[in-house]
Design a protein around this ligand. Sequence first.
Ligand SMILES: Cc1cc2nc3c(=O)[nH]c(=O)nc-3n(C[C@H](O)[C@H](O)[C@H](O)COP(=O)(O)OP(=O)(O)OC[C@H]3O[C@@H](n4cnc5c(N)ncnc54)[C@H](O)[C@@H]3O)c2cc1C
Length: 472
Amino acid sequence: MVDAVVVGAGPNGLAAAIELARNGRSVHLIEGQDSVGGGTRTAELTLPGFRHDICSAVHPLAVGSPFLRTLPLGEHGLELIEPSVQAAHPLGDGTAAVLMRSLEETADSLGADARAYRSLMGTFASHWDRLAEFVLAPLTRPPHAPLLAARFGSRGALPATLVARARFRTPHGRALLAGMAAHSMRPLEAPGTTAFALVMLSLGHACGWPIARGGSGEITLAMARHLESLGGTIELGRPVSALAELPEARAVLFDVTPRQLLEICGEELPRRYSRSLARFRYGPGVFKIDYALSGPVPWTAPAVRAAGTVHLGGTLEEIAASEKAVNRGEVSQAPYVLVAQQSLDDAARAPAGQHTLWAYCHVPNGSSVDMTEAIERQIERFAPGFRDLVLARETRSPRQLEAENPNYVGGDIGGGATSLWQTVARPALRANPYQTANRRILICSASTPPGGGVHGMCGFHAARAALRGPLR
Ligand SMILES: Cc1cc2nc3c(=O)[nH]c(=O)nc-3n(C[C@H](O)[C@H](O)[C@H](O)COP(=O)(O)OP(=O)(O)OC[C@H]3O[C@@H](n4cnc5c(N)ncnc54)[C@H](O)[C@@H]3O)c2cc1C
């Protein structure tokens, strides 16, 4: 019998297994796919020699993660590369708002909004470590830095549209905030959306928005190697459909969402808890395209040509309209598009002189609409001539994403909707959200706090809960 079985080798399952193993517990990790990584894997999806990030691409949350920072992932082959422009947001007039590593440079680039930017972001950007202690943890835990938490809460709780209009006068300042807030996948008029922008911008200044040399998969491969060096074992190609299939263990940690947890362990969970899991809501889905290109994207705005990440969609009003449509269950014909240009800074991603491009937009959960034309129209709008460079493309609809990874229910890449209620009660309202109502069973996926992203913090907190609980 092992101390713990972990089901699912995404960044959170790996993080949970590592935290248990480094605390002396025996751990066996079981993954349904033939490779580790979940949403953090890389493959040649289009043409030979073009390496694409299948899901996650840009890693501010990994480099800013209080847990991942403690792991010797460099010794296991991981190298992070920071672009010279962390993120850019082109406007229709050939200019762009930019997120630079330096707060001063970012503020200065916003012209008349320089002071407003410094005043909004200064404190958060210079205190990321203390901010991370509560934004990357369950909200039910009292913060160590109550004043900082109060400052963050009073601003973050507001709708992004309100903060953008109240604080900024230029289209650049407003669009920059909108593009960051839209990572929430919620209408920008919704309370709490500013918190997403504050976190993304703070990370940009404090930690950068890096990519992994060779591909995002190198992050989870390094985690898997580290786990094995600690004595943990990994079994691939074994999708789990019932608790009874698992080896005997004192605790089982599931890197799955509530829907799968109910399918796998329903019989073992008290009815009241199962009912609250059944009420868990999933958010919008995504439609993704990976490109092999014959050259770099000819962005009109020069700053965008050096950016690791690009937010497309234009003004605050345009982005708010597209996110509102998606949350109403409609497809936006002028979508907010997230783009990553990994091959600009990492020669390992494409043959010499050629490039990869990673792009996705938000769509209603489970949508079957092909967004290729709408996404390419947005890229062409800010980079005329883009289409002439396309050597090959591969698209992924919400249904395809879910077929490849059951955690992406209806194409929701964040493990569940980010409504205010599900920020507090994720996956259900409990003092310890990782511990289910069955003491032996824990949940450690992005459906627990702090939610989606490659930070491993859900897995870390779940492992700590197991160490305080069944593995004590
Ligand atoms: C298109 C896309 C773009 C993204 N971009 C970014 C980004 O740039 N930066 C960022 O930080 N995050 C990004 N994300 C989000 C990030 O990938 C996820 O939030 C993160 O991977 C969640 O980690 P996890 O361990 O909770 O789940 P996952 O990574 O989804 O891993 C779950 C694992 O469990 C396995 N599994 C599930 N059910 C079973 C079962 N029954 N039996 C056995 N194994 C099972 C799955 O196969 C999978 O390997 C993106 C995601 C997608 C899809």
